[in-house]
Design a protein around this ligand. Structure first.
Ligand code: G16
Length: 544
């Protein structure tokens, strides 16, 4: 027997969705009514779930299963018609986006804090995706936040946990729950997009690869697609079993956190190709034998070679990058004669461009690449894209990068992160730079001539909405650039991100260490922002 309980509650402070949903310490999500308040506020913010069909899944981190049960009981109590849930409440973020679209669902709940560490001491997160399969745009997240401030009660079904091991259909009260294989539909989609025969032939020819799933959700997807479907040898996928604490690792695919893979790829016995993905499978890292590819370069290379992939053989409608992402893709777009959009950080800003058919490929410096096949960035898709291109061009990553830079020039790029900075100090630093924006252009800083300085604001060309205060952007003569912004995904203090870029067109200078190539921009950043004094740090915590 089930019975709907209406529980009185009070607003809880700080439930404002950030760059990508609400992310907090797991213990915060486990605290009294925290999750229930937020879920009810989602329902209230989107106009209720009565009669609606939702998709539900998560990255398997600690508290994933318990949270999924709460979402199911609350969806049933508020009259949802149906929830499509991944077996064991698992779904990678791109697979969830695909399911929402494929099944014509009204939206979905993704339980993930993405690349943030998991476990009892780690982070948890909840994100609402809309009917287009993409992260809710700000118009919706604002309404959800407003609802968190006025909530007085939530509705939940009193019931046993629903068994989610094994596919099939069960009822919870009047609501249908369809439990699906989390991998099947996604694998089907990948087969429709890429030239699986060419990739299969590549592996048959002796091409070797290592994929680090970082003990996160992509493990089963990568095993099924790379090892079983495409014939990459067994053992290609490492750390393939999703664990609630990601094996105590930090599931962020970059050279720092995927160090084991990086060491192998830079070593004497490196495979031909290496890749990694993050907690929820939407980020990717690409690394060739002795050759790391920055996410910004990856986007540019994929755009330049897109017609080698069956789904993009007709050419791209346009491309989009987040503002801090390097301008490497801009020059490819120029060469192709297609539009290139710069949006604020946050995948949600690409949604309208993709829906309107203005952009086909999108990418971000934060290891995100994707296309109009779903409305999220997609880690494994990016890896398959690279494999498809390498298979068709019959070359190695280093050769491809070399040829790309010779044609388009090289954008040296790096991001310096200062984590857990005192919030007041971080805001003070941003204000200090903000105050200089009017006077910087025309002046020289640390030997670099400033050509532009602005606080980035974005006017969405599709719906006319405006997003302000999206990062401080300073341009220098010769195309170098400095961007400063505060992260919207951290859960402790503030994270200052310093993005550095320098354009190099002289092939004799294509093999420099990026930190060396970027030294003048790094010096200008220090002179303008006073980072060391204001953060009290001698060096960044993470350099990617
Ligand atoms: C999320 C967003 C991305 C963003 C990234 C970093 O990624 O979807 O668009 O680039 O956060 O954001 P921030 O610089 O504000 O920390 P993910 O993979 O964490 O969902």
């Amino acid at each position: 027997m089930t019975h709907i309980r209406t529980v009185p509650t009070e607003p809880i402070e700080g439930q404002k969705p950030g760059t990508s949903g609400l992310r907090k310490k797991t213990t915060v999500f486990q605290s009294h009514h925290y999750l229930e308040n937020f879920i009810q506020s989602i329902w209230n913010g989107i106009g209720g779930v009565e009669g609606k069909t939702l998709v539900l899944g998560g990255d398997g981190r600690h508290f994933n299963s318990q949270a999924a049960q709460v979402v199911l009981r609350m969806a049933a109590a508020s009259g949802a018609k149906k929830v499509i849930v991944g077996e064991r409440a698992l779904l990678s973020t791109p697979a969830a986006s695909n399911l929402i679209r494929k099944r014509g669902a009204d939206g979905g709940i993704i339980l993930s804090a993405s690349h943030n560490p998991g476990g009892p001491e780690g982070d948890f997160g909840v994100k609402y995706n809309a009917g287009n399969g993409g992260p809710a745009p700000e118009g919706i997240t604002d309404k959800i936040f407003e609802a968190t401030k006025t909530i007085t009660e939530f509705r939940i079904l009193d019931s046993q946990d629903v068994g989610l091991a094994g596919t099939g259909t069960v009822m919870l009260g009047d609501m249908e729950i369809e439990i699906v294989d989390p991998v099947a539909d996604y694998a089907e989609l990948m087969k429709e997009i890429f030239d699986f025969d060419a990739i299969h032939a590549l592996f048959r020819s002796g091409f070797t690869m290592r994929f680090d799933a970082m003990h996160a959700v992509t493990g089963p997807y990568a095993r099924m697609i790379l090892e079983e479907e495409l014939g990459a040898g067994p053992g290609t996928v490492i750390n393939a079993i999703p664990l609630p604490d990601f094996g105590k690792g930090h599931p962020d695919p970059n050279p720092i956190w995927a160090k084991t893979l990086m060491d192998e790829m830079m070593g004497d016995h490196a495979p031909d190709f290496g890749a990694a993905s993050d907690g929820d499978g939407d980020r990717n890292m690409i690394v060739g034998k002795h050759c790391y590819v920055t996410p910004s370069d990856s986007l540019a290379v994929l755009a330049a070679n897109a017609t080698l992939v069956p789904a993009y053989a007709e050419g791209l409608k346009g491309v989009a990058r987040s503002m801090p992402t390097s301008g490497a893709v801009d020059r490819v777009a120029e060469g192709l004669g297609i539009d290139c959009y710069a949006t604020p950080t946050g995948w949600k800003f690409f949604g309208n461009l993709l829906d309107a058919g203005r952009a086909t490929l999108c990418g971000e410096e934060s290891a995100g690449t994707g296309s109009d096949h779903v409305r999220e960035k997609d880690g494994l898709w990016a890896v398959l894209f690279w494999l498809n291109v390498l298979a068709r061009k019959q070359c190695l990553v280093a050769e491809l990068m070399d040829a790309h830079w010779k044609e388009y020039g090289r954008n040296y790029y790096s991001r310096h992160d200062y984590e857990g900075v005192d919030s007041e100090a971080a805001n003070g630093l941003m204000d200090h730079v903000r105050e200089q924006l009017g006077v910087l252009p025309g002046n020289e800083v640390a030997g670099m001539k400033v050509t532009s300085a602005e606080e980035f604001a974005y006017d969405d060309p599709v719906d006319g909405s405006r997003a302000e205060k999206q990062g401080l952007q300073i341009g220098f003569e010769g195309g170098s650039r400095l961007v400063l912004r505060l992260s919207g995904t951290g859960t402790e203090g503030a994270t200052l991100r310093v993005y550095l870029e320098k354009v190099e067109t002289d092939p004799a200078k294509f093999a420099l260490d990026p930190q060396v190539a970027l030294a003048p921009v790094i010096a200008a950043a220090e002179a303008i922002a006073g980072i060391k004094t204001r953060t009290g740090r001698d060096a960044p915590d993470v350099i990617t």
